[in-house]
Design a protein. Structure first.
Lengths: 388, 391, 241
């Protein structure tokens, strides 16, 4: 086999061409890696919203909390089902909540964006095991005190501890705390007292969902069976984790699909670039290639040497593209979450898997881009050492 | 030998490389046009909305309802010719629970103001006469296999029905649209049917009110006057012309649109790299040739123009190829699939002439730009140096 | 002034004195199609070259001497005839077998040196050794020895662009002998060199023949180079004179 320095140094020799081609590949890898990281971020955020051993109850047929409408009385029925853990004061650990969206003015560009507002009770805090206050405190029940998730801080008018704003006309509320919750979607929400929310938004007597903490993950079946036994029960019961996983799938899959489609087109262009560069490289080396054959190197060894060159080029570009894409880890994207029709903040989540598959894509580009030139090179006869 | 002839001959030389480059350019243009069409299609609903139609909704969010009595108050306002109303029904067919579509519970005179639906007079009559009737877009009807006269049931996440009396409708009319910017997957039902079945607490509410003004030029003022009227009433309103309303719904998706726009620029960047690389190599191989031409008396300026022309020509051919590919792909292939499945979001998935022009001009300009540096490098050599270069 | 002109060889089968005969060509013909016609390059060549001989193949341009060299090296196949080099019948070998054979048997020296620009002198000389399975240390040792023979061991880490034409050619010679081939073929080895460097290179070739007993066949149009050989053959219009 032809020594590896031959392939490596030939790349360095034609610096400008190598850099241009590698840069193109780096761009492609950057884009596809970014899409993968965003999808991972979406999945993480939405999945972190679901607890391991909790269940959520929604209206049958609704695809999210926003479109689910439950009568307030149903909460009592659900909370009396078996399998629910008890809170310290002996009552079942569960509550109903109301989710609405409201338009608020974004500070960044002055546009109105929709914000999720969750009407909660103090049990709501106990139900989220990863929740902690990073500033301020929990709101007092039945008051106009509210708290916000950490991603909302400073994004909209009035969302800082100590500030107040009008939730709806003549309904002022005061921000008393900021909470973090495992990077989940709750961090993009505003939490206010449930009854306050119901009255402010004309939803008296209604809820969106009922959440309970089960005695254990295994208690789910017992819990669900007891509820759906009643034929008039127009609700559906899900494990929280499963439910949020489903929600995230939609948006995440969409992003991955778009990212893949775009990457394919981009890859074709970058691959053609690699092919052109490699082809030119061997065209100038006809005599060299002929000499190698004259010295006794087989066609296959020349084929491999050229493909290796092409792959080294591509992988170098791929590593750069992947490395730069990890810098996106510092960027936050505020996007419309179509499941809840409100604005949510997502992060890019770098992972070993995205980086490896990105570099692998680059490798494939190098392989296919270099194939044709390599085949051409292999066909150069030994006699070219003399003639050309 | 004219400049253009020389440019063409120049391109014919290294056929493999130049053809590969043109293919790369065409792929880039194809992707660019596809992405830009997504953006224009997304924002097109806003462009096509008639200017004299106003939409009045709850000030805080369009998800919250207005009292029914507001409609009459609006109708009697200054500058209003016609007023109608509708509520979002949020219906879903339990037999096809994967299919999502938009459903509106509409007032009796809805079709007078929203006149872009094409439907036969007879079907329209029957729809208006039947309280449980439904008017369905043809794309939706085809997808779900509904025919005129068929009885169907829907579930609503927003208006839950008692388990023993689900929402039942008879399909009375199927509409198409003359303009392709209209969504043909909408389901229209009667607001009165919905309202009569609701508990008292939820009756007599409408999602939004749409009006036709007497004078489109005064739309802004008429809208402001309406909001003023309700400023101290039970519920505050926000009135905008339909285009602004759509635009504000869009603003919520601005991040996605901006991302798509950025990506479309990245593909142009990749294309520039490939083009620049090729033209750079091509010039580097011909340094001696250019030296000879200059020794013969051709001015540097002439050679620079020649090189730029060659590059732009190569880009142009690639661009035309890319456009030629994108029309059938987008308008027939992907476009039809998108209009059918994402019709509410992207109703008019067609390549606008501006995009085609933008793509072509952009490609030519880029072709010229990437050639400038190699061209000047080639002609800045002293003739004696150039003649010494190996071919 | 050396020496004789060899007569066209006798068309009789030589018995197993194959060992003494490094090269045997019998009835070699070579033609190419060009523009619808066939152009005859070599026309009935018969040639025996003894082992340990230093032969020069001379003739005007277009006489077919490079083509003949190509056939001897196995770069090209004759249209007709038999080629036996170092006891092997070349026409019987497949393309890949020919390549393998060549690696172990032939050392080739080119007019244009043909060193790999991206490898150092030492790495260039090591190149043929990577074809056989040698441990790295052994490979390095042999390459250094070869460079010592040509007198360039102090430049072994230089790249070709840092060497003069004559030095490049000497590195190329080191590359040609590193595998200890039975036969050295040289195509215009001094064609791209000035008088002085040419003399050094020819000295070297003579040394290889005299001291190391290498069989050398050299194609050249330079009479000064031709004089260094022990046998001169003339080729004219595809026929040996």
């Amino acid at each position: 086999m032809i020594p590896i320095q031959y392939s490596l140094r030939n790349l360095i020799r034609r610096r400008a061409n190598t850099l241009a081609t590698a840069f193109g590949i780096a761009l492609v890898v950057f884009v596809s890696s970014a899409a993968g990281m965003l999808a991972a971020g979406i999945r993480h955020t939405l999945m972190a919203s679901g607890e391991q051993d909790s269940a959520i109850v929604l209206r049958k047929g609704s695809d999210g909390e926003l479109s689910s409408v439950l009568e307030e009385e149903l909460a009592a029925q659900v909370l009396s089902a078996p399998g629910i853990a008890s809170s310290p004061n002996g009552r079942p650990l569960g509550t109903d909540e109301l989710l609405v969206v409201a338009g608020m003015k974004r500070i960044a560009d002055g546009n109105i964006a929709t914000v999720s507002i969750r009407g909660i009770t103090d049990t709501s805090f106990a139900l989220r095991s990863g929740l902690s206050f990073i500033e301020g405190r929990a709101p007092r029940p039945n008051t106009s005190e509210i708290v916000i998730g950490k991603q909302m801080r400073g994004r909209f008018q009035g969302l800082e501890v100590g500030q107040s704003f009008e939730l709806t006309r003549n309904r002022p509320v005061q921000v008393v705390g900021v909470f973090a919750c495992n990077g989940s979607s709750y961090e993009s929400e505003v939490w206010a007292d449930a009854n306050l929310t119901r009255n402010a938004f004309g939803r008296a007597g209604l809820s969106s969902s009922i959440r309970v903490r089960l005695k254990s993950a295994n208690a789910f079946d017992e819990f669900r069976t007891a509820l759906v036994k009643d034929r008039r029960f127009a609700m559906e019961v899900y494990r929280e984790r499963t439910f949020f996983e489903k929600q995230s799938e939609g948006t995440a899959t969409f992003i991955v699909a778009i990212g893949t489609l775009i990457s394919i087109f981009f890859s074709i262009a970058a691959m053609l670039g690699a092919m052109i560069t490699m082809n030119a490289s061997i065209a100038r080396r006809r005599r060299e290639m002929g000499t190698l054959r004259a010295l006794g190197f087989s066609r296959t060894s020349i084929l491999f040497a050229i493909i290796l060159e092409s792959c080294l080029l591509a992988v170098a570009g791929g590593i750069v593209g992947a490395a730069v894409s990890t810098a996106l880890g510092f960027v936050k994207v505020s996007m419309m979450n179509y499941a809840s029709f409100s604005e949510m903040v997502f992060e890019f989540r770098p992972s070993a898997q995205t980086i490896l598959s990105a570099v692998f894509t680059a490798l494939l580009m190098g392989l296919f881009g270099g194939l044709l030139p390599a085949l051409r090179a292999a066909r150069i006869p030994a006699a070219s050492a003399l003639r050309d | 030998m004219s400049l253009s002839k020389l440019a063409v001959r120049g391109l014919l030389r290294n056929r493999f490389r130049n053809i590969a480059t043109m293919i790369a350019v065409s792929v880039a243009v194809l992707t660019f046009v596809l992405l830009r069409t997504v953006i224009t299609s997304w924002t097109t609903a806003a462009d096509y909305a008639p200017k004299d139609r106003l939409v009045t909704h709850h000030k805080v969010t369009f998800v919250m309802p207005l009292p029914l009595r507001y409609v009459e108050l609006v109708r009697q306002s200054d500058g209003i010719r016609l007023a109608t109303y509708a509520s979002y029904f949020g219906g879903q067919d339990p037999k096809h629970d994967r299919e999502t579509f938009v459903s509106w519970a509409v007032a009796e005179n809805y079709l007078e103001i929203f006149d872009e639906f094409s439907v036969s007079a007879q079907q329209k009559q029957e729809f208006l006469a039947d309280k449980t009737g439904a008017m369905v877009g043809d794309v939706l009807a085809n997808k779900l296999g509904w025919k005129v006269g068929e009885r169907i049931t829907l579930e609503s996440g927003i208006f839950p029905s008692a388990p023993d009396s689900p929402w039942t409708f008879t399909v009375r009319a199927i509409y198409t649209a003359s303009s392709s910017s209209v969504d043909r997957s909408t389901f229209l039902l009667h607001w009165s049917y919905l309202n009569d079945a609701l508990p008292q607490a939820r009756q007599n509410q409408v999602g939004w009110i749409a009006t036709r003004t007497t004078d489109p030029k005064r739309s802004g003022q008429i809208a402001a006057a309406l909001d003023q009227k309700f400023a101290s009433d039970e519920v505050q309103t926000q009135t905008q012309d339909e285009k602004s309303f759509q635009a504000s719904v869009l603003a919520a998706s601005s991040t996605v649109l901006r991302a798509i726009a950025t990506i479309s620029l990245i593909i142009l960047l990749i294309m520039s790299l490939v083009l620049g690389n090729t033209i750079g190599m091509s010039v580097a191989e011909r340094l001696r040739e250019f030296g000879v031409l200059r020794a013969l008396g051709f001015e540097s300026r002439y050679l620079v123009t020649l090189i730029i022309a060659e590059s732009s020509l190569m880009a142009l051919v690639g661009g035309l190829l890319g456009l030629a590919l994108s029309y059938p792909l987008i308008e027939r292939g992907i476009g039809v699939a998108i209009e059918q499945n994402m019709g509410t979001l992207l109703p008019h998935f067609k390549i606008s002439p501006q995009i085609a022009a933008m793509a072509l001009i952009g490609v030519i300009v880029i072709g010229g730009l990437v050639a400038i540096l190699p061209a000047y490098q080639a002609t800045s050599l002293r003739v004696s140096e150039a003649l010494r270069k190996v071919s | 002034m050396s020496t004789a002109v060899a007569a066209a060889s006798v068309k009789k089968e030589q018995p197993s004195v194959q060992a003494a005969c490094a090269i045997r060509l019998h009835g070699i013909e070579k033609s190419y199609p060009r523009g619808g016609e066939r152009v005859q390059i070599l026309d009935g060549i018969n040639l025996d070259i003894a082992e340990g001989s230093f032969e020069a193949l001379m003739g005007p341009s277009g006489s077919g001497k490079s083509t003949l060299l190509n056939i001897l090296a196995g770069f090209d196949r004759p249209s007709a005839g038999e080629v036996t080099v170092a006891g092997t019948r070349l026409e019987r070998l497949s393309d890949s077998a020919l390549t393998k054979w060549r690696a172990g048997t032939i050392g080739f020296i080119f007019q244009t040196f043909n060193l790999m620009p991206v490898l150092t002198a030492l790495e260039n000389v090591e190149l043929p050794l990577t074809l056989i399975n040698l441990p790295r240390a052994e490979r390095r040792r042999r390459a250094e020895t070869a460079l010592r023979v040509v007198g360039l061991e102090d430049r072994m880490h230089h790249f070709p662009r840092q060497l003069s034409g004559g030095q490049e050619q000497r590195v190329a010679i080191a590359r040609a002998i590193v595998n200890d081939p039975s036969l050295i073929l040289a195509d215009e080895p001094t064609g791209d060199l000035d008088r002085q460097s040419a003399a050094v290179v020819l000295e070297l070739l003579e040394k290889l023949n005299r001291e190391f007993k290498k069989t050398i066949v050299m194609v050249t149009h330079d009479p000064v180079a031709g004089e260094r050989a022990s046998v001169i053959r003339r080729l004219e219009k595809g026929v040996l004179q």
